[in-house]
Write a protein that binds this ligand. Structure first.
Ligand code: CA
Ligand code: CA
Ligand code: ZN
Ligand code: ZN
Length: 299
């Protein structure tokens, strides 16, 4: 009997492995970060970690009792800190304003063709501050430089967003990162979003930029990557974002990497695909953001 199960298990494994090979060969897509990084409109990987289930399960259980907010507009006071190295990295006010505008437009459900879910969140820019500091300029995730910068430059408050715009170390393929709302209570000084300055749109005509900023604020309000835990029914704890088998840096039409229902959510803001692909939040993500805001960030 046991032997039969072993054989069955081996067959299942071979079938899955074969399917994965078919999936890889049939889809003209990029799974290689180094290859993707050479394509235009690709910002790189986000470094916001995907916490394991054992870490988030107690938090999720606690918050599920809180009613999501039904407020029409939630204004988020936003402070932007542009870190420069001399005159290098001195992004313009126009660029910052456009990043804020692109986020707010996505929240309004625009463009209509994107079929994205309207949400009440609006970033309200309070101030842009330029900080000349060459040792912070090319910081990496989790560094002493990041901690020092955030300690020195922030406006504190659980509902206040601090965005740090920094340079990119040579060859570095990370686009940015964010903290999660439930981390604020224990670590308020690290709260905020970090963006590489080359991910910001130059101006409103630069429509193939700015999705990394939208993605990171999505984390800041409480969303996970759509590929968290990969082919797993629970994956990102949002029901209407189908599971995907791996990180995607591209958006081939009709791509379906998991046997679970639904095509891969390659057009979702919370995946890694190119700016030209990312354009959607789902109703489930909108509900999750409202709930996490009510639980952790509402003043
Ligand atoms: Ca999901
Ligand atoms: Ca599927
Ligand atoms: Zn991310
Ligand atoms: Zn794939």
């Amino acid at each position: 009997m046991r032997r039969r199960w072993v054989t069955f298990g081996t067959c299942l494994f071979l079938i899955v492995a074969a399917c994965e090979r078919i999936h890889m060969s049939r889809s003209p897509e990029t799974h290689d970060l180094a290859v993707a990084s050479r394509q235009s409109g690709f910002d790189g990987e986000c470094e916001t970690p995907d916490p394991p289930d054992r870490e988030i399960a107690p938090l999720e259980a606690q918050v599920s009792r809180i009613m999501p907010l039904a407020i029409a507009e939630i204004q988020i006071p936003t402070y932007v800190w542009v870190i420069t190295s001399g005159s290098t990295g001195n992004v313009s006010d126009t660029s910052v304003n456009t990043q804020i505008l692109f986020f707010n437009q996505a929240m309004m459900g625009l463009p209509a063709s994107a079929n994205t879910t309207p949400m009440p969140f609006r970033l309200v820019l309070q101030r842009v501050t330029r900080v000349n500091n060459s040792s912070w300029y090319r910081m990496v995730f989790g560094s002493a430089a990041e901690a020092a910068m955030k300690r020195a430059h922030r406006v504190s408050g659980k509902n206040i967003l601090n965005i740090y715009v920094v340079g990119r170390p040579q060859g570095n393929l990370t686009s940015g990162w964010s903290t999660f709302p439930w981390s604020y209570a224990s670590n308020p000084n690290l709260d905020g979003v970090v963006l590489r300055n080359d991910t910001l749109p130059r101006d409103t005509a630069d429509t193939l930029k700015g999705d990394t900023g939208i993605h990171e604020v999505g984390h800041w309000i409480g969303l996970f990557h759509t590929f968290r835990n990969f082919c797993n029914r629970v994956n990102d704890l949002v029901d209407d974002t189908p599971a995907e088998a791996h990180k995607h840096f591209d958006c081939p039409a009709g791509h379906d990497s998991c046997s679970l229902p639904g095509l891969d959510p390659l057009f979702n803001f919370m995946c890694y695909s190119k700016n030209s692909c990312r354009r959607q939040f789902t109703p489930g993500q909108a509900a999750r953001m409202r709930q996490k805001w009510a639980a952790y960030r509402a003043p």
